[in-house]
Design a protein around this ligand. Structure first.
Ligand code: URP
Ligand code: ZN
Ligand code: ZN
Length: 459
């Protein structure tokens, strides 16, 4: 089956020109001006539209047993929502509990992914490092998982100690794996939570004071020290503030191989959302927390100057009713997370590109190309080039819409962006040549998504 996308403004991380893209089967066969349509090809007129490489979300949670409950989405709902939002590949955190067997966890997460409509892979969570862990991680890496995930937070749950961190990073360096890390000092979080609760400060507005910017910056500094002494390559997930960015910048100047991710909530939301009355703020509880509004220009500037490599979501969907509500009377029990897998691309386009904070090529780089490069998917993913997978987003910049829980595909009962206006939307989305979204609606096939094996490149 051939597909010819004609007269679109083709934008990659490096190019911006008007032309055509020819797809043959699952891959891009030609890119250029005035391409001829092969017999029987479907022709899409993309005049006035933007044509982007499929977007990649490098940090999502779909199957997530966490804080006494489970994240709401399945691969069925999450991959559909991802595609409607223009995300054609996602990287999920495989998060076994401390007592779980890593190989069994990996198989469990793989079985969940079989329903996916978009392509996917995992960052393998290391929540314990004992005598059996090394062999399991070697096996998982040999099966095409080129990245690990560690938590320096969540004491007693996913969090690992310093000895385990050292051994994980040492093994990662040997195997060429990049280690993604949630950076917060778990001891400081636990002590500050205890103090606040003892003072009767129990509402969601106290979540941020229990994990202030210095707690995050200390976590980043800690990771950087361990990366420096092991030589491992590291990636700070969901970076929320200037103080944490400065810790990475300082380490980079020392030669540490470190990259930074931020997530869409930090770019557009601030801590006042978590301070809303009537427990409404619980919808905005995530970790690290939403910060002061004055932090946002630093994040945008770091994105524009490319200190921040990627914009992900940290999609972690918990209903308000019955799940976020578990934390009424004790903010430490509010399941952490803000769902946004469906919203990331159009929010970044609207509040980044349309507001003049980033240009179009930076937008593509941050939302697609850098994730492909860092996680072993480039040039198969993350660009529009002959031989690359035909993951394409035809984006209609003239469309105007409003985000609402009533119309979203994510399986969660609220939207953190309820009523927000967005400019543009993915009108057509393909995954390896198959049209999965047409006119903004999912028309694809569940199960079309492939588990992507990725080579280790971070030696
Ligand atoms: O609040 C968050 N970030 N929830 C998901 C789990 C994590 O820390 O990534
Ligand atoms: Zn995290
Ligand atoms: Zn996360």
């Amino acid at each position: 089956m051939s597909l010819l996308i004609q007269n679109g403004r083709i934008v990659t991380a490096g190019d911006d020109f008007v032309g055509d893209v020819l797809v043959e089967g699952e891959t891009i066969a030609a890119v250029g001006p005035a391409l001829a349509a092969p017999a029987g090809a479907e022709v899409i007129d993309a005049s006035g539209k933007l044509v982007f490489p499929g977007f990649i979300d490098p940090h999502v949670h779909i199957y997530l047993p966490f804080m006494g409950t489970y994240a709401k989405d399945t691969y069925e709902s999450a991959s559909r929502a991802a595609l409607i939002g223009g995300t054609t590949t996602l990287l999920e955190m495989c998060c076994p509990a401390r007592q779980d067997d890593p190989l069994e966890a990996f198989e469990l997460w793989l079985s969940k992914g079989a329903q996916s409509a978009c392509d996917y892979s995992f960052h393998m969570g290391v929540s314990r490092f004992d005598g059996t862990t090394e062999a399991a991680l070697r096996e998982i890496a040999s099966r095409g998982v080129a990245s690990l995930k560690v938590f320096l937070a969540y004491k007693g749950a996913f969090g690992i100690d310093d000895g385990e961190l050292f051994r994980t990073l040492t093994l990662a360096k040997e195997l060429g794996l990049i280690v993604t890390a949630h950076c917060e000092n778990e001891t400081l979080v636990a002590e500050l939570q205890r103090q606040l609760l003892a003072q009767g400060k129990t509402g969601p507005q106290w979540h941020e004071p229990s994990r202030p910017v210095r707690v995050e910056a200390e976590g980043v500094h800690h990771l950087m020290t361990f990366a420096e002494l092991t030589g491992a390559h590291v990636y700070c997930v969901h970076t929320s503030c200037r103080e944490a960015l400065e810790a990475v910048q300082a380490a980079r100047l020392r030669g540490v191989r470190a990259w930074v991710e931020t997530v869409i909530p930090y770019l557009v939301l601030d801590k006042t959302y978590a301070e809303q009355p009537e427990f409404e703020g619980a919808k905005y509880v995530m970790s690290p927390p939403l910060r002061d509004k004055w932090q946002q220009p630093y994040l945008w500037n770091a994105l524009r100057s490319r200190l921040i490599s990627t914009v992900a979501t940290d999609h972690a969907p918990f209903d308000f009713a019955g799940q976020k509500e578990m934390g009424r009377g004790d903010f430490t029990r509010i399941p952490n997370g803000i769902p946004s897998i469906e919203d990331r691309v159009r929010l970044l386009y609207t509040y980044g590109v349309c507001r003049g904070r980033i240009d179009l090529t930076t937008f593509v780089d941050a939302a697609s190309t850098q994730a492909a490069r860092l996680f072993g998917l480039y040039p198969r993913k993350g660009t529009i080039a002959v031989g690359s997978d035909a993951d394409l987003v035809v984006y209609d910049p003239a469309y105007r819409g409003v985000i609402s829980a009533k119309t979203q595909a994510m399986a969660v009962d609220y939207s953190a962006f309820e009523g927000w206006e967005v400019e543009g939307r993915p009108s057509l989305v393909t995954v390896r040549g198959a049209v999965q979204v047409r006119d903004g609606k999912f028309v694809g096939r569940l199960g079309h998504g492939q588990f992507l094996t990725r080579p280790a490149t971070h030696y």
